[in-house]
Design a protein around this ligand. Sequence first.
Ligand code: SAM
Length: 239
Amino acid sequence: MSSTVRLYVDQDLGEGQTVPLSRDQAHYLFGVMRLGAGDRILLFNGRDGEWSADVAEAGKRGGVLAVQAQTRPLQMPPDLWLLFAPIKKARTDFIVEKAAEMGAARICPVQTDFTNSERVRQDRLQAHAVEAAEQCGGTYVPEVTDLARLDRVLDGWPAGRRLMFCDEAAVGAGLPLEGPAGPWAILIGPEGGFSEAERTRLRGLEYAHRVSLGPRILRADTAAVAALTLWQTQLGDWK
Ligand code: SAM
């Protein structure tokens, strides 16, 4: 039975390669998806593109896959980072999942003056990004970085990367986005918005483009999806 089950594995993929399965992966493939020996699935690791693989051994606590052939090359998303201030857990999970589906190359939780969360579970958020890539057919998995203070991130800002600073106080500003596709980042603030000190610093950055997402105040998770949509349709790979 051929299935379109796609599985992310953290190991090199190549012809004739065998992939040992963890207990969780075996449970998903053989328990949940009811696959068995001889079935074909699709594998990707975020580096080598997508590969077909046959189930060589299927068991309750493990199994082995035999890699067959590359089905798709690695398709990199645009060089776009999403910086966002973590909000409530479920909504933060949502932002990470949508950013991975919508083509962010890196997802960076940032702590701002009004951010409530002190820490994020980076491993859990990374797992959400992997699941989103499995579901959306992506061959690349965005890195979810650990929570970092926004002012630190700005202190070490890489030359040449532009910043789409989504400011709810910037009614009518900033669209359409100008400038080349090159390296960009989107910044979404927390429920409490940006502090005046942050807004002053951000407005003084020559690489920052202050953008309005319309006349209404969006929830941070809504704003993340809206900003990703705007950027992708104007400068990204949705054109
Ligand atoms: N404290 C703000 C207020 O009540 O006015 C609300 C902040 S909003 C919930 C969270 C973030 O989403 C903002 O910091 C901004 O980055 C983004 N955002 C929400 N609505 C926006 C809009 N209309 N234009 C631009 N950015 C927006």
